[in-house]
Write a protein that binds this ligand. Structure first.
Ligand code: 6LW
Length: 491
């Protein structure tokens, strides 16, 4: 079959994958959003179904006051002896920790902290030992990929942390993952930074402690010299073997908009690239060390299109998420309506506004929702990248009068682009393509176009950070209750 990249579209960075009981499980980083660490299941590495999140209790992860793009960084998922482990970093508190579960559809444990710094932690279960690997500096201050052995019951270090590989010379050595395969120990990492220079490199050794010898053809995978080309930033990958015994790298990448001074608003997405081992135990990736839009793969499965997301066909605990430490009393969520109670916290604040969102999954979509409002405040739809970059269309009530507003918030500028009085029932509509979001309101008088916002300004290049645009519903104002019905986002 032919599959198309990205295999998971939208803001799902730093993918890690493990195989268990004939299925594949993928986790991604989630930063300030709660619950943390989206979790997907797949049978074919091409179709992924989100089954929930790993960090579902606020006691598992401190997010209350983390800045945008702080909080939960790259996770790794591993399966050993009937148990799943997810290890990650809270970059704001500078803590590495893991949680575990024996039931992938159930709750995960409380965190177990490991006394080794750096980011992008990983685990290797090997011959009775458990190795904990991250980037950073070892106990003697040597930088690189750093490793110690731990007691998996307690997280206690059993050995000092030791720097085991310094990479191939690129900056920002990150995302170490080690595998014990027939050819020995493979240490795969990312270098170059999670931007246009990103790349995947690897080294090999006969021992998990090294010495590691870098692959002569490093970087084994990068799109940094591929131009003009829409897929960029390929890096931070995990090696996986499919059910036919063939290997792939599941990595992050992003889709740039425009050829010169390109930008991306969907964040970093998940890409699958074939891997080929030679008879000396080295591997290459892609046709020429790059990731393409489309590959042939064994199997007769069909890649499902995204389709449409509604209240009826989604679950608030699965596809939707909140900001930081949400006040759950502000949400009344059912299969046919979301009622959001506003507070004094707004979308411009580093806090927990009343906000529930899904990732924007593709450049093109049409979003429709009916909204009604009780009390003074606002309720509407936001295209949200951060507190400094979001476009909101909303129904607002002030002094008993209702109006529809379009707000554009960019880099500290808060602009009211349109405000029109409304009559009767109100619905909001957003039509998006790679260039712009167009905002419409419909009431008893008919449909009105309120204006647009360019995707360029709520992109990583303009606003910075590690996240992508979220399509959210929100309410503001301590006395306001916004009721949303007939929600649909059609890709
Ligand atoms: C992540 C690091 C990276 O921890 O970006 O792509 C950081 N690479 O590996 C945040 O996603």
């Amino acid at each position: 079959m032919i599959y198309k990249n990205p295999v998971i579209s939208g803001f799902y960075p730093d993918p890690s994958v493990c195989e268990a009981n004939g299925k594949y499980y993928v986790v991604c980083s989630s930063f300030q959003y709660f619950p943390g660490v989206p979790l997907f299941e797949s049978e074919d590495l091409v179709n992924f179904r989100q089954i929930g999140y790993v960090l579902t209790r606020s006691s598992q992860v401190h997010l209350a006051d983390v800045p945008s793009s702080g909080g939960v960084f790259a996770p790794t998922i591993r399966f050993y002896n009937g148990r799943f482990y997810m290890v990650t970093t809270n970059d704001t508190t500078h803590q590495n920790f893991y949680v575990y579960t024996d039931d992938i559809y159930g709750e995960w444990s409380d965190p177990i902290f490991i006394d080794q710094g750096g980011i992008d932690p990983s685990l290797l279960f090997d011959e009775g030992h458990v190795y904990f690997i991250s980037n950073g500096a070892d106990d003697e201050g040597n930088g690189g990929v750093v490793q110690c052995e731990i007691d998996i019951e307690t997280g206690k270090k059993l050995t000092p942390s030791k720097s085991i590989w310094k990479g191939s010379g690129g900056r920002f050595l990150e995302s170490p993952h080690m595998y014990h395969l027939d050819g020995g120990y493979y240490l795969m990492a990312a270098e170059g930074g999670t931007e246009y220079g990103h790349m995947i490199t690897y080294a090999r050794s006969d021992s998990p402690w090294g010495p590691f010898t870098g692959y002569a053809g490093n970087p084994v995978l990068t799109n940094r010299n591929k131009a003009p080309y829409i897929i960029q930033g390929i890096g931070h990958g995990d090696l996986v073997r499919d059910r036919y015994g063939e290997y792939h790298i599941l990595s992050l990448g992003f889709r740039q908009i425009g050829e010169w001074e390109a930008y991306h608003n969907l964040g970093r997405e998940v890409f699958l690239t074939p891997v080929y081992f030679d008879d000396r135990g080295f591997f290459t990736a892609g046709r020429d060390g790059t990731t393409d839009e489309e590959y042939e793969m064994k199997g007769d499965h069909i890649q499902r299109p995204l389709g449409e997301f509604t209240f009826e066909n989604t679950d608030p605990g699965i596809e939707w998420c909140y900001m930081r430490r949400p006040e759950m009393d502000n949400y009344e969520l059912s299969r046919n309506a979301f009622v959001l109670h506003g507070s004094d916290v707004t979308l411009d604040d580093i806090g927990s506004p009343t906000f529930i969102a899904m990732r924007q999954r593709a450049f093109d979509f049409e979003l429709n929702v009916n909204v009604s409002l009780d009390g003074e405040g606002l309720g509407g739809v936001t295209m949200y990248l951060s507190e400094n970059a979001h476009y909101d269309i909303a129904l607002e009530e002030r002094e008993g009068a209702k109006r529809a507003v379009l707000r554009l918030a960019l880099g500290g500028i808060k602009h009211l682009q349109a405000a029109v009085p409304t009559e009767g029932d109100v619905s909001l509509k957003v039509i998006a393509d790679s260039h712009e979001y167009r905002f419409y309101v419909c009431d008893a008088k008919g449909e009105q176009y309120l204006g647009h916002g360019l995707t360029k300004y709520i992109s990583t290049e303009a606003d910075g950070g590690f996240t992508g645009v979220m399509t959210g519903l929100f309410a503001e104002g301590a006395g306001a209750a916004a009721t949303f019905t007939d929600f649909s986002i059609k890709y």
